[in-house]
Design a protein around this ligand. Structure first.
Ligand code: ATP
Ligand code: MG
Length: 217
């Protein structure tokens, strides 16, 4: 896997529903990176009924992590097919994933979204997604123009099975245990940038300020 001249490699870290998907969509639109979201890509396989999709479905439905060996191979294959700059969202999520990624595709910087846990739990309750694109809405603060419909395509929005309260608690617990330590992993490498806030709108201007300098626009 070689790197094209000037290509940027970045990733977004954050708890479930911390706004990774929303912030990532805004970043890739504004700075022309490719969005590589593990959750979206896994859900796509489930939705289209591939063999891989049937292998991973139960993990997603229950809010558990897909085993490292499966998800690492899958995501590194996906990345190998992306040309130019990319932004990873949702991968890596464990120390083993981060180490494997660093070995094969060292990233330039890692963005951490620091959102209070109580805010996250509340937020998941109002979340609706457009599955084909991964666009995320929230009926409390980022409602679609037409209730239940995607702004761009007019297609139906759905609530994810893993946004049920039991699954959300499970995901937060797994995040604390497995993924939060990655903040330290990237901090020690000197490439961590942290952004704090309760909403994406609070966080977004800070991200823009950082990326305008970092990506020299
Ligand atoms: P949000 O979409 O709000 O950021 P999230 O981060 O929990 O929430 P996704 O990133 O969409 O959700 O991931 C959904 C599910 O997909 C996870 O709960 C897990 O089952 C699986 N998954 C995604 N990425 C990984 C990964 N890197 N390692 C293991 N499992 C993963
Ligand atoms: Mg996501």
């Amino acid at each position: 896997m070689s790197r094209a001249a000037g290509a940027v490699r970045a990733l977004v870290l954050g708890a479930p529903a911390s706004g990774k998907g929303t912030v990532s969509s805004r970043i890739v639109r504004k700075y022309q990176l490719q969005h590589v979201a593990s959750g979206d890509r896994l859900r796509h396989h489930i939705m289209t009924g591939t063999k891989f999709g049937t292998q991973v479905k139960a993990y997603l439905d229950e809010g558990k992590l897909v085993p490292d060996d499966l998800v690492i191979k899958f995501m590194l294959d996906e990345l190998a097919r992306v040309e130019g700059s990319w932004l990873l969202d949702g991968f890596p999520r464990t120390a083993v994933q981060a180490e494997q990624l660093w070995k094969l595709q060292p990233v330039d910087f890692a963005i951490n979204l620091n959102v209070p846990f109580d805010v996250i739990v509340d937020r998941v309750k109002g979340r609706w997604v457009h599955l084909p694109s991964g666009r995320v809405y929230n009926i409390d603060f980022n409602a679609p123009k037409v209730p239940g419909k995607d702004d761009e395509t007019g297609e139906d929005l759905v609530q994810r099975p893993d946004d049920k309260p039991e699954a959300v608690m499970k995901r937060l617990q797994i995040y604390k245990e497995m993924t939060e330590p990655l903040i330290d992993f990237y901090n020690k490498l000197g490439i961590l940038e942290e952004f704090k806030g309760s909403t994406t709108d609070e966080i977004w201007p800070q991200v823009v300020q950082f990326l305008d300098v970092k990506l020299k626009q």
